[in-house]
Design a protein around this ligand. Structure first.
Ligand SMILES: *Cc1c(COP(=O)(O)O)cnc(C)c1O
Length: 394
């Protein structure tokens, strides 16, 4: 039903971001698509009601507002078609429920977003779908984990919190040789800096909540697929019924238009802060693939056209009170979950409590930062003040 596949292929990624999914000619010339609030859609006749090919049938199943974002996201990711869900997690779960069935085996990176892991460990397990977690750096050796019933490899790069860059082309080559599907959580790149389909993925999901919305004011998820998987996704998305609200969808399409310039500034600011942190005596380790010292830098340089504003670092071991003093001293960095908005954020993390396939080698506390669009001098001064508070309490 989506008209995503009509998107022109031969234009630049920034032109796509600006133009895809908007049809001013169909909307009295208005630059932005209208917001349709809808459940019931009237049919003009009994015959029209019986027509199974009607373009719009019911609010949950598709509106022009939804189609506008589907088309824009599909063009952004370079897929064939996209579906919109009410959160990033619902996009992930809808995708997994669409492509897996009882008796299937699933491979998930050990570095995945934690709620994805919980869904596999509880909901999928209960449905008779088995998950094996793998080392994010496994590359083509993923083949050693394939079973006869392996159906899908789930990647996420860089890893949530720990930032490992995966060799997705090598994973995809091994998987496709066995007819296994490859999906990725492409949230970190916004679908802009990593073209999942050009690098072998069949499915790309995003928490649209992050960079697509971009302003911390709405929740959305996106699922984009290549042509072979479009029919299945379209059908199962409808069967599952996870549809997002029209105003949030509108905010998603509005945020998307400035994705390129926002990400460019996020990267510039983040490079500056991440490099600065590598020089700090209080810091043991900085994880940002755009830094030449990062172990994932070579693959990042090969596969990505940019880096976004989310990265992590590890403090040298100190007492928890000192870690608390660091966080409590921050003024411009808000403490809170999610990321991808215009503002800077900081949260502590500890991957040791839930990883199963890999060992976290660091001793100190983990800090995840999202670098926003503020003046970097102010952000550095803020961090400097927080390091001062950390030292004062040790
Ligand atoms: C936030 C996030 C999600 C979940 O998105 P929500 O919109 O919060 O449900 C999924 N994957 C990654 C990598 C995320 O950071």
């Amino acid at each position: 039903m989506s008209s995503s596949h009509k998107t022109l292929k031969n234009r630049g990624p920034r032109t796509n971001i600006v133009h895809s999914g908007r049809h001013p000619d169909e909307n009295h010339g208005f630059v932005n698509p209208p917001v349709y609030h809808a459940s019931t859609i009237f049919y003009p006749s009994y015959e029209a009601l019986q027509d199974k090919n009607a373009r719009y049938v019911y609010g949950r199943r598709g509106t022009p507002t939804m189609e506008a974002l589907e088309e824009a996201v599909s063009a952004l990711e370079g897929g064939y078609g996209a579906k919109i869900c009410p959160s990033g997690l619902s996009a992930i779960t809808t995708m997994l429920l669409s492509f897996l069935k009882a008796g299937d085996h699933l491979l998930v990176t050990d570095s995945t977003y934690r709620p994805t892991r919980s869904f596999c460990d509880h909901v999928l397990k209960g449905l008779g779908i088995e998950t094996t977690y793998y080392d994010p750096l496994i590359g083509g050796d993923i083949a050693s984990l394939f079973k006869d019933n392996t159906k899908l490899v789930y990647t996420e790069s860089p890893g949530s919190q720990t930032m490992e860059v995966q060799d997705i082309p090598a994973i995809a080559e091994a998987a496709h040789a066995r007819g296994i599907l490859v999906s990725t959580d492409n949230t970190w790149s916004g679908g802009h800096y990593f073209k999942a389909f050009e690098h072998g993925c069949d499915i790309s999901v995003q928490a649209g909540t992050k960079y697509i919305v971009g302003h911390s004011d709405a929740m959305l998820g996106t699922i984009t697929v290549s042509e072979d998987h479009w029919e299945r996704l379209d059908r199962y998305w409808q069967l599952i019924g996870s549809c997002a609200g029209p105003d949030d969808i509108y905010l998603g399409q509005r945020g998307l238009r400035t994705l390129d310039v926002r990400l460019e500034r996020h990267m510039k600011n983040t490079m500056e802060i991440a490099s600065w942190l590598t020089e700090r005596a209080e810091v043991a380790h900085v994880m940002y693939p755009a830094l030449p010292s990062d172990p994932g830098h070579e693959i990042w340089k090969r596969d990505y056209t940019g880096a976004s504003g989310l990265f992590s670092f590890v403090l040298k071991p100190v007492a928890e009170e000192a870690v608390a003093a660091f966080f409590n001293a921050l003024e411009f960095f808000g403490m809170g979950y999610s990321w991808g908005g215009y503002e800077s954020l900081a949260v502590p993390f500890d991957p040791t409590s839930y990883r199963t396939a890999t060992e976290w080698p660091h001793e100190g506390a983990g800090v995840r930062l999202h670098i926003g669009l503020e003046d970097t001098d102010d952000l550095k001064a803020d961090l400097d003040r927080a390091f001062g508070a950390l030292k004062a309490s040790t």
